[in-house]
Ligand binder design. Sequence first.
Ligand SMILES: Cc1cc2nc3c(=O)[nH]c(=O)nc-3n(C[C@H](O)[C@H](O)[C@H](O)COP(=O)(O)O)c2cc1C
Length: 371
Amino acid sequence: MVEEKTAERKTDHIRICLTENVQARTTTTGLEDVHLIHDAAPEARLEDVDTAVQFFGHKLSSPILISAMTGGTREAAKINASLAEAAEKTGVAMGVGSQRVALEDPSKAYSFQIARQKAPHAFLIANLGCAQLAKDYGVNEALKAVDMIEADALALHLNPLHEAVQPEGQTDFRRVLKKIKELSQSIDIPIIAKETGAGISAETALKLKESGVRGIEIGGAGGTSWAAVEYHRARKMKNIRHQRLGQAFWDWGIPTVVSLVEVRKATDLTVIATGGVRTGMDIAKTLALGAQCSGIARPFLKLAVKGSERVVQELNLLTAELKIAIFLVGGKSVMDLAMKPLVVTGKTAEWLRVRGFNPEAYAKRGEAVRS
Ligand SMILES: Cc1cc2nc3c(=O)[nH]c(=O)nc-3n(C[C@H](O)[C@H](O)[C@H](O)COP(=O)(O)O)c2cc1C
């Protein structure tokens, strides 16, 4: 019964993300405020630009993560198969959606296992919710989720906004950090804490680091809004209260660029930039700001339902754009991006400044030129 409800909710989420407007409306990622500096005389050949990176000791051909989305239903199995085939073919990383549904009902495990079957060599990330962790999950459940897809890392999603605005939400997060610590001490693959669209601050990043996570996926605001998803669900259910809550918190959160800078400056953890990342240029900007990898969710969902070829095509285009961006700032590899100057303007610069960060410092990388 409980498991049927979880699966039904997952189906609703996919349908809503495919057909309704769930994009943040007034909050933007801040990527529009980040400007890479053009080098008119790059000392490189475009075709030599190398997009490969090391990600938790695993080589990715391009620093891209297909971020966690789904599992648990027949439709979700097809989506995971498409995404995984594309990840295997192109050499990028992939996360599966929350595996709670398969822990509640093991007959649904196939919809996640398909990811490993289709992507035997890809870096795959298992996924569980911190809300469930706080309530009754522990090391046992986490190990089951990891084994289910022979995962290379485990993502624990922190989604207090989503839990707070959904009618069935689990809103007791008191034991979350303690549970993350327990898992970090017992599981020998990297644990990644991830948000799902409201971002992670410097203060939160420090707490997570103390809890033993090795990576943070920032899931900043400016992309898919889970308050928006719940608004649409509530409207269908004629639930006035949750419709109102979804509207009220539609644009809640820390914009992706702000969150990325805060987490990068506060910790030395591996950082994955997600939340409204849409182009190869966006990816280049996040890498220039210090992310190790950049992730995209909802746009891949729309392509995955049309088949893995469409996902492959998009991944190849993203990498081609990233390559050109690296070439145009005079770089030869992804690592060069983090050393090139860039300019942060507008609302993003203002936000960072009042929070005590120094956006001007990025513009002065390569200061030697001027002094
Ligand atoms: C349909 C859908 C389902 C999602 N399910 C999960 C999930 O189960 N676990 C999770 O950690 N994040 C989940 N997410 C959040 C994404 O991983 C990502 O953090 C968020 O959507 C922001 O990225 P985007 O703007 O590129 O979509 C989901 C996103 C979408 C679109």
